[in-house]
Design a binder for this molecule. Structure first.
Ligand code: FMN
Length: 285
């Protein structure tokens, strides 16, 4: 389904495109360079498009309490050529992020956003603090999003078969199995542990992706074997960026790509299509 926008790894006879993408906050690039700067002074959506015009971009939205703001944003990204709307559904409120507190990382006060307002408003007051997320957002609201955009809708933050079934029922095009990198609620399952039940629940009716804890080519292989169409990277990209800037991001991606090809070769997979669940031996404990 949805061949048009999926960064799916097809490779009949050709060198396979690695099935992972960046997962910075606002957009994903496939397979282009990192599109989100590290500085708290965030660039606009237009800047991102200008910097990576051929990048495969999806837009990630934290639903805002102000519907008009959501509408403005979504329609702007659609007109800018973003290819899917990713709605994060696992942050009705911020989790208790002890590491962030310890590291004095406060995105709310430290990250100033330009993107949330119209260009006119931005000119008069160029930056805005992160606004609260709409904690009342629920399944029924998805139909409103469908009235304002043609973009495929992907839900990010699904971890259970019950929610996966609801996602199918509400006709979204994809879900990202994610525990938000363990940043929301302690003791939830690892994304990869939740993946099999989600894949089984959707019965192929929508595409399933995964993020969280992907650190090696083997991790990519395992996620694909368990039914993910592709995986996303969060912190590895930031680490590469912090270490060596844009070049570091490229290195992180190349390491993963090489490792993934090695893992494929050593498990006897000649193409991504040959990666399947038989590769996985579940623990007997
Ligand atoms: C510094 C930081 C900021 C993040 N901001 C967002 C965000 O604004 N929206 C979102 O949906 N996920 C956000 N995430 C979560 C990532 O999108 C992703 O789910 C997670 O980092 C994946 O795990 P990994 O870092 O182990 O690859 C953030 C993660 C980090 C580390």
């Amino acid at each position: 389904m949805c061949r048009r926008w999926t960064p799916g790894p097809q490779s009949k006879g050709r060198r396979s495109v690695p099935p992972f993408a960046l997962r910075p906050r606002v957009s994903t690039a496939w397979p282009g360079p990192m599109e989100r700067p590290a500085q708290p002074e965030v660039c606009t959506l237009e800047d991102i498009v200008a910097a990576a015009p051929r990048g495969f971009r999806w837009f990630q939205l934290y639903v805002q309490p102000d519907r008009q703001l959501n509408k403005q944003l979504v329609q702007r990204v659609e007109s800018l050529g973003f290819r899917a709307l990713v709605i994060t559904v696992d942050v009705p409120k911020l989790g208790n992020r002890r590491h962030d507190i310890r590291n004095q990382l406060n995105l709310k006060t430290n990250l100033l956003l330009k993107d949330l307002r119209s260009p006119q408003e931005r000119n008069s007051m160029p930056y805005l603090q992160m606004s609260p997320i709409d904690s009342s957002f629920c399944w029924e609201d998805l139909s409103w999003f469908r009235t304002i955009t043609q973009l495929p809708i992907i839900l990010k933050g699904i971890l259970t078969k019950e929610d996966a079934e609801l996602a199918v029922k509400h006709n979204v095009q994809g879900i990202i199995v994610s525990n938000h990198g363990g940043r929301q609620l302690d003791d939830v399952p690892a994304s990869v542990d939740a993946l099999p039940e989600v894949v089984a629940a959707v019965k192929g009716k929508l595409e399933v992706y995964l993020d969280g804890g992907v650190r090696t080519g083997n991790d990519v292989l395992k996620a694909l074997a368990l039914g993910a169409k592709c995986v996303f990277l969060g912190r590895p990209v930031l680490w590469g960026l912090a270490c060596k800037g844009e070049h570091g991001v490229g290195e992180v991606l190349n390491i993963l790509k090489d490792e993934f090809h090695t893992s494929m070769a050593l498990t006897g997979c000649r193409s991504v299509a040959e990666i399947n669940q038989d590769l996985i031996q579940f623990s007997r404990l």
